[in-house]
Structures are given as structure tokens and as C-alpha cells.
Design a protein. Structure first.
Length: 419
């Protein structure tokens, strides 16, 4: 079987979702710029349009807040039918943005774009360096507690509807949420999206932080939700390593500071180890308890540069239980739902991080399984936002940017297969 038509289809998806200086994840459901989607888009563009890859990252960092945060959504234009839009977030910024961040993978992707063409990328990467450094400093100040990277809203994690947040969300008071009209369910089936109760909780939490004026200290102290997330921790740790590499490449004076973050985050990563279950788990920081969730984020340890073999048996067991890798939740977990948003489906972009990490750590056979499985699910079921790991059913939005990007960089036979 040849896959060249899929290379072309993937490039076409990126072109179709290109809005000039940023790429939408998919038209309709997600009409703005999302933070980590854009970083994946840049990686995808780097395989055929290097300049466009840099533009994507430059646009993202042009909306960085003064305190260093890079927002999770940038509302470049008015789309009245999107909810919750800029008026709900209530952030004063031009262009308007959301008030939280998202997985900090931009340094990793910027390095990958640069390494795909160093001569073309030198000035571009150097131009982004201060923004990247300030964003990482913001994370260390605003989101790292007791050495652990935490989220203050499920949407910050990128795994919006994962069960990791349930125990904290149960304490969110939704009595003041009121009436609203969801828009996500007009694009996608109800059974593929969060429930009404979960949506109420997301909004209540958003209103809470908005009413704190997005003040970091108040939110840290009072928000009902503060969850240490191994996914965020491992992605930030990986990004610190890439930022350090960039700093050294340009002879920047910040190496010792970044190395200090790396050392401390490697050390504290062990706190995520749930010894009862024998896996990396998230922690409800308000209750001081593990959430007992074995998710795809538990497998990000290799991507973070940690040569850890303890997660290997879990991955082997899980891959043997499903048709396509890597389910977002352990299929043996009680709430596993193969089609519902972050409660079972596989996400091709997460596969690229897990697969590339495995390869970097020398787990070649498993890395190849993840890569070939990603190739198969896209070839069999298309460029969906996410898929059922059980039978490949395409779910969520279609014609999806990061799935296309990951095809070009990771899954296609022509792809490099890593960073
Ligand atoms: C969903 C995902 C999130 C992603 C966004 C746009 O909210 O959970 O990770 O960034 O869609 O694709």
C-alpha cells in the first residue's frame, strides 16, 4: 500500500485550515488559534513550508501576556456562534484571549522546526527565544507547586474531559452558572462530548478565575481545582530540555536557571508515582490524593527524557487490548468509554509524543508499534480529531490540523518519525 495520497491530503488540510498567520484546529468546531494545536501545526508545516511554520509560532507569541503567559485560545476574529467566547472570558487583551494556558510544547516544536532547516530558522528562533523563556518562567512561578506542574482548569491540560479532574470538579459550585447555549454539540454528537453537568463545572471554574481578575496568587490559594498533572509536568520538563538546547545554541546566559528547573522537575516527578497502581498518576492537590487515573499522560515519561521502564508493562498490556494505540484511558478502568472525549479515545498527536519518546529512550519495538498503529488508524479512518482505539471510529471534528501535522512528521512512511 502506498500512502502518498495521504501526504497530499495532510498538506491540504493544513492549507485549508490556514487563516493566514495562524491555523484553526478545524473549521466550525474550533474557529480560533489554540496554543498547542498551533505548535503541532508548525511542526507539520515544517515538512513543506518552513516560513509558514515560523509564522504560526510568531503569531502565537505575539499574544503573550505581559506576565509571560501564552494563552490557550487567541480570539483573532469575531465568531458569534462560538461559546465560550471572549466576552465570557472577560480578559482585557488585544486580540482577546482566554485566561489560562495550555501544554507548553512550543519550545520543543520550535527546536524541531529549526532543526529541519537551520539556515532559514536561525533568526526566527532567536526572535522567539525571550518569549519562550518568559513563558517557562511563568509556568515555574504560576503553576509549579511543590515541584509539580499543576493546572487550574481542565482545559489547561489539553486533556479537557479526562477523569483526572472529576474528584476536584465535584467540589465546584455550579449554582450561579445560569442558562447558556453550548455550541460544541451542534458540530459533534452528544455522546462524543462532555455532559451538561461537566460543562456547567467548566464554566463555574472559568467564572471563578475571571472573578479573581485572573490573579495568579488568588487563584492558587482559593480555586477549588488544583491538580498536578503528569502530562503537563512531562511536557514542561521536555520543553525545558529543548529550551536549554536553544539557549546553548545561541550562547544565551540562562543555561544554569533552566538546568535548575530540569533537575528539580526530574526529582519531583517521582511524586506522581502511584505505588498502589504502579503508574504515574495525577494528584488532586486540594485533597492531597491521587486521582487513580492511568491515562495516556502517564506514558509521557519517555518524552520527558526519563529512561523509566516501569511503565512498559502497562503499555504492552494496553496495546494488546485494543486495535489502535494509545487509548487516553486504560481500557480496563471502570469509566472507559471508547468514543467519549478524553475518556478512552486515542489522539494521534499524543501518540506522536509517546512514540517519539519511546524511540528516543531506545524502546524501539514499542515505538514502532505506536507509530505503525497511528499510521493505520489514519489510513483506515481518516484525519479525525480523535478515534476509537477499539474500532477506529473517527470522532470529534474532521479534517483536523494536528492529526494532519502528525501524519507528516510522525506517522507517514516518509516522515522523520520524531523531533
Ligand atoms: C479540545 C482539546 C484540546 C485542544 C482543542 C482544540 O479542547 O481537548 O486539547 O487544544 O480541542 O483542538
Amino acid at each position: 500500500m502506498t500512502y502518498e495520497h495521504l501526504d497530499e491530503e495532510a498538506r491540504q488540510i493544513l492549507r485549508d485550515n490556514d487563516r493566514g498567520s495562524y491555523t484553526v484546529p478545524t473549521s466550525g468546531l474550533y474557529p480560533y488559534q489554540w496554543n498547542w494545536d498551533s505548535a503541532f501545526a508548525a511542526w507539520g508545516f515544517s515538512t513543506f513550508d518552513n516560513n509558514r511554520a515560523w509564522v504560526e509560532l510568531e503569531t502565537l507569541f505575539a499574544s503573550q501576556w505581559e506576565d509571560g503567559m501564552v494563552p490557550h485560545i487567541i480570539f483573532h476574529r469575531q465568531v458569534p456562534e462560538y461559546f465560550p467566547g471572549p466576552d465570557v472570558w472577560g480578559v482585557e487583551h488585544t486580540p482577546p484571549t482566554s485566561g489560562i494556558s495550555q501544554p507548553p510544547i512550543a519550545a520543543t516544536m520550535a527546536r524541531a522546526v529549526y532543526e529541519s532547516d537551520k539556515a532559514a530558522g536561525r533568526a526566527r528562533l532567536e526572535g522567539l527565544y525571550e518569549g519562550l523563556l518568559n513563558w517557562h518562567r511563568w509556568f515555574m512561578r504560576a503553576r509549579v507547586t511543590d515541584g509539580l506542574c499543576c493546572v487550574t482548569h481542565p482545559w489547561e491540560s489539553g486533556r479537557d474531559n479526562a477523569p483526572d479532574w472529576d474528584s476536584s470538579m465535584a467540589n465546584v459550585d455550579t449554582s450561579m452558572v445560569g442558562e447558556y447555549t453550548r455550541r460544541d454539540t451542534s458540530h459533534v454528537n452528544n455522546d462524543m462530548r462532555p455532559t451538561k453537568q461537566q460543562y456547567d463545572q467548566y464554566l463555574a471554574l472559568l467564572y471563578f478565575s475571571r472573578d479573581c481578575g485572573w490573579d495568579i496568587d488568588t487563584i492558587n490559594e482559593k480555586s477549588p481545582l488544583r491538580v498536578a498533572d503528569p502530562g503537563m509536568h512531562f511536557m514542561l520538563l521536555r520543553a525545558h530540555r529543548d529550551l536549554l538546547w536553544i539557549a546553548q545554541e545561541f550562547g544565551k546566559p540562562d543555561g544554569a536557571e533552566i538546568q535548575g528547573w530540569i533537575d528539580s522537575m526530574v526529582e519531583s516527578a517521582e511524586k506522581f508515582w502511584n505505588a498502589d497502581g504502579g503508574y504515574y498518576d495525577s494528584i488532586n492537590m486540594r485533597a492531597g490524593e491521587f486521582t487513580n487515573t492511568l491515562s495516556c499522560a502517564s506514558f509521557y515519561c519517555w518524552y520527558a527524557g526519563m529512561d523509566d521502564t516501569r511503565m512498559i508493562p502497562h503499555l504492552e498490556r494496553i496495546l494488546a487490548a485494543v486495535k489502535y494505540p494509545v487509548p487516553s484511558i486504560d481500557p480496563e478502568a471502570p469509566g472507559f468509554d471508547h468514543i467519549r472525549y478524553w475518556r478512552g479515545p486515542l489522539w494521534c498527536m499524543a501518540n506522536s509524543q509517546i512514540g517519539a519518546g519511546l524511540a528516543e529512550m531506545g524502546h524501539t519495538e514499542l515505538a514502532e508499534k505506536v507509530r505503525l498503529g497511528t499510521r493505520a488508524v489514519i489510513a483506515d479512518h481518516g484525519f479525525a480529531e480523535y478515534h476509537s482505539p477499539v474500532d477506529g471510529t473517527p470522532a470529534g471534528g474532521q479534517h483536523f490540523t494536528w492529526t494532519a501535522a502528525v501524519w507528516l512528521t510522525f506517522a507517514s512512511p516518509q516522515a522523520k518519525g520524531g523531533f
